[in-house]
Each structure stands twice: as C-alpha cells, then as structure tokens.
Write a protein that binds this ligand. Sequence first.
Ligand code: NDP
Length: 257
Amino acid sequence: MSINELFDLSGRVALVTGGNGGLGLAMALGLARAGANIAIAARNTNKTKSALSEIRAEGVKAEGIQVDVTQESEIEQMVTQTVNALGRVDILINNAGITMRKEPQDLSADEWDQVLDVNLRAAFLASRAVYSHMKSQGGGKIISIGSMYSIFGGGGSGAPYSSSKGGVVQLSKSLAVAWAKDNIQCNAILPGWFMTDLTAAVPANQPDRYDLICRRIPTGRWGEPEELQGTTVFLSSRASDYVTGAVITVDGGYSVM
Ligand code: NDP
C-alpha cells in the first residue's frame, strides 16, 4: 500500500460532534480533504448550514444533524441519521465541548452537571451508539478531544472542565482496551491553545492571562485550528491501525514546559 493510500479516507464516513465551528469544523474539513464524507452534529442550525457549504466545497457529501448532546435519545438518533444519510459510520470525533469559568466554591451542582454532560457523558453515549455499526463493519476509529486541562488543574477557570477532560482521556483508554478485539481504535487528542468561540474571552477579558499563556508556549504562539488536521487524519486512517489508547498533544510544546 502506498503512503497516500495509507492516509486516504475516500468512501469513509466521519461523524463530528460540534463540527459546525471552531476546532470541530477544522477537523471536519481536514477529513473531507482526505476524502471522507462528513456528518456534523450540533445545535445551531445557521452555523451548521454555513459549515456544510464549506465542507461540500471540498467535493464530498456532507450532512448536518441538529442535536443536543446532553440528550441520550438525540445522540442515538444522530448516529441513525448519519448511517441513513451516508450509509455507514467509520470515524467518530467526540469534540462538542463547553466550559464554565467560575471558582469551584461558587459552582452549583447543575452547572457541574452541564459541563460534565456535554464534555464527558456525551462522548461515552456517542461512542456507545456507534459501536455496533463499527463492529459490524469490521472496525472503526474514535477520537475524543481532551485539553491541556486533561493534564493540568483548571483552578478558577474550570474545575468541571478539567475534571471532564481528565475523564475523556480515561474514557478513551478504557474504550481502546474494551474494543481492540473489534478493530476499533480509540485515541485522544489534547489541543493546546487555539483561538475559537470557546477561548475568545481570554484575550478579550483576561489580557494578563493571555500574555502569560503566550509566554508559556515554547512555540511562542497559539495554534491555528487547521494545525489539528494532520493528527486527526492520521488517527482516522489505516496509518494508525496499530495505535490505540494513545493520547497525543497538539500544543506547540505547552505541556512539556
Ligand atoms: P467552540 O465553542 O467553537 O465549539 C464548540 C462546539 O460544540 C460547537 O460546535 C457547539 O455547537 C458544540 N456544542 C456545544 N454544546 C453542545 C450541545 N449541548 N450539543 C451539541 N453540540 C454542542 O469551541 P472549540 O472549537 O474551541 O472546542 C471544540 C473542542 O475542543 C471542545 O471539546 C473543547 O473543550 C476542545 N478544546 C478547545 C481548545 C481551544 O483552545 N479552543 C483547547 C483544548 C480543547 P452549537 O453551539 O451549535 O451546539
């Protein structure tokens, strides 16, 4: 097999939660450029519509699915809709995520649940929902998106966020062990700092923290969302068939300094 064939995703179908913007859309576009047909699943239908045109411009099929990933039945429906529209599901990117910037002592139980439900519980539910399809197809790839807060404590910027992102890594490793026999590889990507709706408040409202982060990144700059595409395509392709349970940082060196 040639190196190009090893990374080729033609004929594959990828489902990206939170794929209508930010890092999710960048990853979806990377997968489309490698040939995969794409389903993006999120709540905001306007954002989804414009993301779909960008993805279709790459020459692949793309389906938008309206889903609130905190709802178990909607997650099941999201996977059914993907398979009905695009014929199969080979790749799942557990990407939908939210944060809650509050001191731990000020957090309500509901706020805690909100973050955990989107970031961790939904990743479990979506993985469970694709399992039987991937198994019957002979294999699949599940990529879960963690964070630098999978490694570091979040402090005032989010105890539930870092708890959920630590959980995402352990979930990914557990699925890797459980489903290796089914030829389903489960890996996690931990992005460093990338400018999206999620992080836009940092330079806007916390300039000192923004400067500190920039100084702490060995590469000296925040990442561009497109810089996640290489790792995403690798972990979605045959090139990673013997890679499972891995945790790959894409962070300009932030986590090693
Ligand atoms: P964005 O806020 O730009 O995107 C978040 C996505 O999640 C949106 O597409 C949103 O779509 C979707 N989403 C949120 N809640 C729900 C829900 N209840 N149901 C369905 N979809 C939902 O953030 P990023 O692109 O930055 O974040 C993507 C992932 O990357 C997250 O998991 C985040 O934690 C992680 N990450 C980001 C980093 C960064 O620097 N930006 C760094 C490390 C990790 P909609 O609103 O339409 O539902």
